[in-house]
Write a protein that binds this ligand. Structure first.
Ligand SMILES: Nc1ncnc2c1ncn2[C@@H]1O[C@H](COP(=O)(O)OP(=O)(O)OP(=O)(O)O)[C@@H](O)[C@H]1O
Length: 255
């Protein structure tokens, strides 16, 4: 479904080039919820943004839905991105558009006609439980409601992949739980593959089927979490590694 093959990305820095992502290969299973966790500056967001080529890799391939996105012309990439929704920590809503206007934006950009747009916007807002807010403006919404609007907008083109960059990091624990429930519902009901970058281990424990650990631009670990009996909700006993903090010993399965 999503396959990164030896992708690398460097940025100019005062000491020359800084390698943010170093030859990473990763396959995300279709229909899974895959977490990417690691310390600040590890390259998690850069890796996520390469999955829809928002950040073009310097090297390597990005295969999504059977297409190498790095080889597509701009027009092909625009079309391919309709199947890949994206959600950000800071929501990125337009403040001068209503809730329905925000969800409508990607459909307007794609030239979808008004009647279909209206139906699709309502469908998406209903899906995230916000249909009663259609005419509201973002300034009047709570953080959780803003994130629901952003998720509805990301669903507008009925994507089969949703990329989430720290989607709950601006939210309190109760609202975080609500948003994770929305994401789980999207995954289970629509079969959308979800990739979540987070520094919150609770998020990974709560929702992810797989997790990749990233440090200094490389993947340093990767393992599965059992879907129904995710262990590790109790405090990890002794070691500070991500794997042990997340899993304890039971339920560990290398991928
Ligand atoms: N556009 C950019 N220009 C220059 N350097 C960048 C750019 N984007 C990211 N970096 C650098 O690349 C490294 C990886 O950044 P990235 O945001 O991918 O890490 P991260 O693991 O997501 O961190 P965080 O959890 O703090 O968001 C960091 O050192 C960052 O400063």
């Amino acid at each position: 479904m999503i396959s990164l093959q030896e992708v690398s990305k460097s940025y100019p820095s005062k000491d020359g080039l800084f390698a943010a992502v170093r030859s990473v290969s990763l396959t995300i299973a279709e229909g899974s919820i895959h977490g990417i966790i690691g310390p600040s500056g590890a390259g998690k967001s850069t890796l996520l943004r390469m999955m829809n080529v928002l950040e073009p890799p310097d090297q390597g391939s990005v295969i999504v839905n059977g297409q190498d996105l790095t080889r597509l012309p701009e027009s092909g990439l625009r079309l391919a991105r309709r199947s890949i929704g994206m959600v950000f920590q800071q929501f990125h809503l337009l403040h001068n558009r209503s809730v329905s206007g925000n969800v409508s934006v990607p459909l307007e950009l794609a030239g979808i006609d008004k009647k279909l747009r209206k139906e699709r916007v309502l469908e998406c807002l209903r899906f995230v439980g916000l249909e009663e807010k259609v005419g509201q403006y973002p300034a009047r919404l709570s953080g959780g409601q803003k994130q629901r609007v952003a998720i509805a907008r990301a669903l507008a083109h009925r994507p089969n992949v949703l990329l989430c960059d720290e989607p709950t990091s601006s939210l309190d624990p109760a609202t975080t739980a609500e948003i994770l429930e929305v994401l789980r519902h999207i995954n289970e009901t629509l079969g959308v593959t979800i990739v979540i970058v987070t520094h919150e281990m609770e998020v990974v424990r709560e929702i992810c089927d797989y997790v990749s650990v990233m440090e200094q631009g490389r993947l340093t670990d990767g393992f599965a979490l059992e879907k129904r009996e995710r262990p590790g909700r109790e405090t990890a006993r002794r070691t500070p590694s991500y794997r042990e903090q997340l899993l304890g010993k039971a339920g560990m399965r290398d991928v």
